[in-house]
Ligand binder design. Structure first.
Ligand code: GSH
Length: 308
């Protein structure tokens, strides 16, 4: 039997999807691209995930990988070279990635979105507010947030420019790491939809040269797939046998019913039987009316796991 296809559920202007697409490109992979809606509900995605609605999601048969932190690790496990997690640089790279996705990205998103409101789907702002449990803001509020956040973006851009100014080729040193993907997708967002804010990047020559190197990874070979075909792939496949678990004493036992939800936003719960738990990952098996048995995988960090 040939290896099951890599199916990425994504949409074009998602920056986290861009991170995953570049990882697929860096590893020279062929994959199938399912376009999902940018706003909830996502009726062709949630039968696979059991409720998780964020973008992107990687499907391999009846195994579903949520969150790019786990998606990139899983790609590395299946296709070890070229490396995204070189052992000597990975701890530092992960810390930089955490900064990029938690301190750099939010001001970036508020700044960029507030300047691109006319280019965004109408219902996006309301959906994102609901996703974060916040009231829907007025246009004025969105514009004020953009102004307030612009300086925070600029300050941090100078950090990145300064990091690259010692002549290093990549963010964490002399090899590509997870930090390149994480910092890149945050900066990609600035000009992904328009060149209006290109002036923010223009003064930073080292950033510009590094971004071209990352962009050159490309997206690999992507062929479109209909959402219904992806559901059929899952229905026809059995989840892979879980790898051996390495739980901590405090973890719920394998076989117990658990609820998993993001610890930040879009906290829609996913419930199932715990079938895999390691230092970096946990997974639940659940049975869906439409697609049958699926195993849904999450990174440990960033997700809250509780017995039901
Ligand atoms: N930690 C997640 C974050 C994913 C995320 O927030 N993605 C955005 C799109 S770029 C999202 O899900 N927005 C809401 C949606 O697409 O429904 C990851 O690394 O995958």
């Amino acid at each position: 039997m040939h290896a099951p296809e890599l199916i990425l559920h994504n949409y074009d202007f998602s920056n986290y999807a861009e991170k995953a697409r570049l990882a697929l490109g860096y590893k020279g992979l062929s994959w199938r691209s399912v376009t999902i809606p940018p706003i909830a509900p996502k009726p062709d995605l949630t039968p696979l995930t059991g409720g998780y609605r964020r973008t992107p999601v990687l499907q391999i048969g009846a195994d579903i990988y949520c969150d790019t932190r786990l998606i990139l690790l899983e790609l590395e496990r299946r296709v070890p070279t070229p490396e995204i997690f070189p052992p000597a640089l990975t701890a530092e790279a992960r810390m930089i990635a955490f900064w990029a996705e938690h301190q750099l990205f939010r001001p970036m998103a508020l700044y960029v979105s507030g300047n691109n409101m006319d280019l965004l789907p109408d219902s996006l702002q309301a959906d994102r507010s609901r996703m974060r449990g916040l009231p829907v803001p007025s246009t004025e509020t969105v514009k004020r947030a953009a102004r307030r956040n612009a300086p925070m973006v600029r300050t941090q851009l100078t950090w990145i420019e300064s990091l690259l100014s010692d002549g290093r080729e990549w963010i964490a040193g002399d090899a590509v790491t997870i930090a390149d993907f994480a910092v890149y997708h945050a900066l990609w967002f600035i000009t992904a939809r328009s060149d209006r804010l290109a002036h923010e990047l223009a003064p930073h020559q080292n950033i510009e040269a590094w971004m071209l190197r990352v962009q050159a990874f490309g997206h690999g070979e992507a062929q479109p797939m209909a959402p219904s075909d992806a559901l059929e792939v899952a229905a026809a496949a059995e989840p892979e046998a879980p790898r051996p678990s390495t739980p901590y004493d405090e973890d719920p036992p394998l076989g117990s019913n658990v609820r998993i939800r993001a610890d930040d936003y879009a906290r829609d719960p996913v419930e199932g039987e715990l079938v895999l738990i390691t230092a970096e990952e946990f997974a639940v098996r659940r049975t869906d009316a439409l697609v049958g048995a699926v195993t849904v995988h999450f990174p440990r960090l960033g997700y809250d796991l509780r017995p039901i």
